[in-house]
Design a protein around this ligand. Structure first.
Ligand SMILES: [Zn+2]
Length: 79
């Protein structure tokens, strides 16, 4: 990977120019970098939960409720 080559952000998929001759950045912005850190931490902690216990269905429902409250920009709405 050399300076000036295009890199694709692992979070949003935008391409951005590589500015390092060493290890290229994986994310286009601090926001995407923070989002990646948050997602990995969330995933790591979620795997520690024992979903075989009695409360697991309630917990999964709560996770879906939280996910459904996240506002996403629909590609269809942009047209
Ligand atoms: Zn990005």
């Amino acid at each position: 990977m050399s300076i000036g080559t295009k890199t694709k952000c692992l979070i949003c998929g935008h391409t951005f120019p590589n500015k390092s001759k060493f290890r290229p950045k994986e994310y286009c912005s601090d926001n995407c970098k923070d989002l990646s850190k948050f997602l990995h931490a969330f995933e790591r902690n979620l795997y520690k939960v024992d979903f075989n216990e009695d409360y697991s269905n309630k917990l999964k429902s709560q996770l879906f409720l939280i996910a459904n409250q996240i506002k996403c920009i629909s590609k269809k709405a942009k047209k």
